[in-house]
Design a protein around this ligand. Structure first.
Ligand code: FAD
Length: 515
């Protein structure tokens, strides 16, 4: 198969997809109708699970260098501390949220793409497409007005909330626009405020959230009371009023860099595509910025789709492998929409009695360590997984591990034996994963890992080598010893079996390869 994959849209989702596909040897064209990358800071947070996935692609270091780690989040109600969650208890090697403006995230992704020999084509708009049995015929409109016809193997719409690909597929974008107005300001704040903490302030009049961007800059987000009128344009004075009314004492706003009003849409498609045309990122789901998961979810859509697309593109796997993309990511999209919607509605409560109940409940529940840890797992996206959906084998074989279970995230672990040496010598860009012969370094090659944890090594037939590699690990607190795990290239367990019982794993791989 030598037709390129066409990616419409070079936001964070499209560039993540292009980067992984290129690393896996797939020809890609990535086009964007905008003449230049965004210079807006929009999405600020990269959560630990996304950092793990960037690490698998051996490119997390530039992000860690450019970002500002945040290790805690606090909720205050009228100055009183209700809850503090420590992100440094995250169950990941990344124990902080990384604050980094979306403009920097896009710049770093584009630099990765350039290193892989691919340029984003701008301004080039996807004008029309039609999918056939052997490919997708697309019309691209270049900035000078001329049109180009192209046949791609697949088309992926990473073209944002107003997606042309979604419209072309005739897919509904069902949901609501919340009846609230929000203000956003990126500026400097004088006063006592930590730059490694997110602060949420609940006040009788509404919510105000303070995110550190760097040592000197913060983002302020607040819902604004408009009493049915149009929200006034944002101003420094309005931000100062909100800070005085709802924020911690003594903060002074100055030097705004970006101020904006926004509305919250909660919308999602039912199907993320099939066959040769797919949707990723904001093209498939938009929701409240509460929880800061929009961009992260889009990038994780891309990580899910990329390895599947690469295996099919290289004809190492049957095309129906791609059928698992929509159910897996749609279930995650539903979960993210639900959680972000709940957080927003709780924050926007105006009834004083409900506000008092909210504060009491959060303060009480926040004293329970297991619940605090659940909040951390959810925020950091470490709890996301594919139990019961898509590729996860259900039921799991008799004697399968529950730690991690089928569908759960596969934590990184040091490898032993021959494969460890091969990974260390692979010569990829430096990263924690590749440098130390770890599972996540191995997964970066886009193949399944058949991981024996204190169990007999598995010998894979030559027919499975294009899609799988066997590896071994010593005892680890993250894995049940005496088990063999089939781990997907995006670091989720597909299934596991007891030492010596490798037939279910080989069958699952043969089913994917079509042997
Ligand atoms: C104010 C604000 C704050 C936010 N804060 C957060 C946050 O804290 N955390 C978080 O995770 N998310 C946040 N988000 C959401 C986040 O910005 C989006 O989820 C993210 O940009 C989605 O990335 P994407 O690549 O899917 O789409 P986009 O970033 O929208 O990129 C789509 C690209 O497609 C291009 N395009 C469109 N149509 C075509 C076409 N026909 N042909 C070619 N190209 C096309 C566009 O030019 C654009 O470059 C925020 C958003 C806003 C507005």
């Amino acid at each position: 198969m030598n037709k390129p994959v066409l990616i419409a849209g070079a936001g964070p989702t499209g560039m993540t997809l292009a980067m992984v596909l290129r690393r896996l040897g797939v020809d890609v064209r990535i086009v964007d109708k905008a003449a230049a990358r965004t210079d807006q800071s929009k999405a600020l947070v990269i959560w630990p699970r996304t950092l793990e996935l960037l690490d698998i692609q051996a490119c997390v270091q530039p992000f860690l260098h450019a970002g500002q780690p945040v290790v805690a989040a606090r909720i205050l109600a009228e100055g009183k501390l209700l809850l503090q969650v420590r992100l440094d208890t995250a169950r990941s090697i990344y124990r902080a949220a990384l604050m980094i403006p979306q403009s920097d995230t896009e710049r770093l992704l584009e630099e990765q793409l350039t290193c892989l020999g691919t340029q984003v084509e701008r301004p080039v708009e996807l004008a029309a497409f039609s999918a056939g049995e052997n490919g997708v015929a697309a019309t691209l409109r270049h900035g000078d007005g001329h049109e180009e016809s192209l046949t791609a193997s697949h088309l992926v719409g990473c073209d944002g909330a107003h997606s042309a690909v979604r419209h072309g597929l005739g897919v509904g974008f069902e949901g609501v626009t919340l009846p609230s107005d929000w203000l956003l300001a990126d500026l400097s704040l004088d006063g006592t405020l930590r730059c490694d903490e997110i602060v949420v302030c609940w006040a009788p009049e509404g919510v105000l959230v303070l995110f550190p961007i760097s040592a000197a800059r913060f983002r302020v987000i607040a819902d604004v009371v408009t009493e049915g009128k149009q929200a006034p344009p944002p101003s420094l004075e309005a931000v100062q009023r909100l800070l005085d009314q709802r924020g911690p004492c003594g903060l002074r706003a100055r030097d705004p860099i970006w101020m904006s009003n926004f509305h919250i849409n909660e919308r999602k498609v039912k199907s993320y595509g099939s066959g040769r045309v797919f949707l990723c990122g904001d093209a498939a789901h938009v929701h409240s910025p509460a929880g800061g998961q929009g961009m992260n979810t889009g990038m994780q859509d891309a990580f899910n789709l990329a390895w599947k697309l690469a295996m099919v593109w290289h004809e190492h796997a049957r095309p129906r492998l791609l059928d698992s993309y929509s159910p897996e990511r749609s279930a995650i999209g539903d979960q993210v929409l639900r959680n972000a919607g709940n957080l927003t509605r709780i924050a926007m409560l105006r009834n004083p009695i409900l506000q008092a109940i909210r504060s009491l409940a959060v303060e009480t529940l926040g004293r329970i360590p297991a619940l605090r840890q659940r909040v951390v797992d959810q925020l950091t996206e470490i709890d996301l997984g594919y139990r019961g959906t898509g590729l996860t084998v259900t039921p799991q074989p008799h004697g399968a591990s529950h730690h991690p279970a089928g569908g759960d995230r596969a934590p990184d672990v040091a490898l032993t034996g021959d494969v460890a040496l091969t990974v260390a010598l692979a010569g990829d860009a430096p990263s924690a994963a590749t440098a130390t012969s770890r599972l996540h370094g191995l997964l970066g090659r886009g193949r399944f890992a058949v991981l024996s944890v204190v169990a007999s090594p598995v010998s894979l037939p030559a027919s499975l080598e294009p899609i799988a590699v066997a590896a071994q690990a010593q005892a680890s607190p993250d894995y049940d010893s005496g088990h063999v795990y089939l781990i997907r290239p995006d670091a989720y367990v597909m299934l596991s079996s007891k030492d010596g019982d490798t037939a279910p794993i080989l069958n699952a791989l043969e089913h994917i390869a079509g042997g």
